[in-house]
Design a protein around this ligand. Structure first.
Ligand code: C5P
Length: 235
């Protein structure tokens, strides 16, 4: 099975806590992203902690090593469990971040955003991209070598990462949609069942739950699919 993390992609603390309270006990894990943190700051983390929730702070840090290390230190003080940074920030940046993270905070390296296609990556990096998967595995390897505990990647690359780098590297997959739901701006989407079958440890789900007519029922379906036995297929 994989654990389900709900992305609280809403603008205000009140809306976020209304959503958390309406979703009940199906999952305890919530992701606070750029929109909510920019508006509400650490108060949203404290409100989740008061409700005994696990917290993933998705700030996707990418800056010089000293600046990132200091931001990681502040996140550690907030007692969040997961924090993201971009693996393309480089080895020195990730090493500095890992040094600041300590044992209680797991850093997750973002490899290639699930909204990006190979052609988008070619435009950004100015070179041909033979296989997005190869670049994702290369960035995941760099992250692990720098002491980062996990990666964020699409379901399509999850099995390749697990096979190349071993089971201990945590793999978190966003871009999850219940069958029949809209992809929105995600270029690479998969169902919860596909994510579990690819070996993902954690599934991040936003709009398929938060914009569903009945969010609690949508979350129940996601958790049910995610409870299937986790496998890591050979790639
Ligand atoms: O609504 P949806 O399920 O697409 O939301 C996905 C969430 O996962 C968003 O909060 C987005 O910022 C986040 N995410 C992502 N791709 C990554 C890292 C995080 O979509 N590589």
């Amino acid at each position: 099975m994989a654990q389900v993390i709900v992305a609280l992609d809403v603008p205000t603390l009140d809306e976020a806590m209304g959503l958390v309270d309406s979703l009940g006990e199906e999952t305890r894990f919530y992701k606070v992203g750029l929109e909510l943190f920019t508006r509400e700051g650490p108060s949203v983390v404290r409100a989740l902690a008061e409700r005994d929730k696990r917290i993933f702070l998705d700030l996707k840090l990418h800056d010089i090593p000293n600046t990132v290390a200091r931001a990681v230190d502040r996140a550690r003080e907030l007692e969040v469990e997961f924090l993201t940074l971009h693996t393309t920030g480089g080895r020195a940046m990730m090493e500095a971040a890992a040094g600041a993270a300590g044992d209680d905070l797991t850093l997750l390296g973002v490899t290639v955003l699930t909204s990006m296609t190979a052609s988008d990556v070619e435009d950004s990096w100015g070179r041909a991209v033979e296989s997005l998967e190869e670049d994702v595995v290369r960035l995941a390897r760099l992250a692990r070598a720098a002491g980062v505990g996990g990666v964020v990647a699409s379901v399509q690359e999850a099995a390749a990462i697990k096979n190349a780098l071993g089971a201990e590297l945590v793999v978190v997959t966003p871009g999850i949609r219940l069958a029949g739901d809209e992809a929105h701006d995600q270029a690479r989407v998969s169902t919860p069942a596909e994510a579990v079958a690819a070996g993902a440890d954690y599934l991040v789900i936003g709009r398929s739950v938060t914009q569903a007519p009945d969010p609690a029922e949508a979350l129940r379906r996601v958790c049910e699919e995610a409870s299937a036995p986790r496998t890591v297929p050979t790639t």
